[in-house]
Design a protein. Structure first.
Length: 127
């Protein structure tokens, strides 16, 4: 009975194991750290938007809240790339919610000014 051939395509088993170990270590080393800063920025943006945007941009605010919650889950699952993406998207959604809320308030103020101007013109036009 012949002993098993321990060489794989001209490589010794220790070389194959060393290469596999090196590949495994390099994969672990390339895992990015948790995006703590981006999560904090995303959370702060959502918190900042919650007051003014709650009534005037509820869909965008809900999207921001959902994405920051999903980013937190991604961190727990050690999917740091996804966590960073979701935190950045949450920040963008919260910023959009704030902008839309500001726009809605500006539109309301403009409508009030126009109505006041219309009423003044009516009064001036009376004999």
């Amino acid at each position: 009975m012949n002993p098993p051939n321990l060489q794989i395509r001209g490589l010794a088993p220790t070389s194959v194991l060393a290469a596999a170990g090196l590949a495994l270590l390099s994969a672990c080393a390339s895992t990015p750290p948790p995006p703590q800063e981006q999560l904090a920025v995303g959370r702060a943006a959502v918190a900042r938007a919650e007051g003014p945007a709650a009534a005037d941009a509820p869909l965008e605010l809900a999207a921001a809240r959902d994405k920051i919650a999903r980013a937190n889950v991604a961190v727990v699952n050690k999917d740091h790339v996804l966590a960073r993406q979701l935190a950045e998207q949450a920040e963008a959604d919260a910023t959009l919610a704030e902008a839309q809320a500001r726009s809605a308030r500006s539109q309301k103020a403009l409508t009030q000014v126009r109505e006041g101007t219309r009423q003044l013109r009516e009064e001036v036009g009376r004999p």
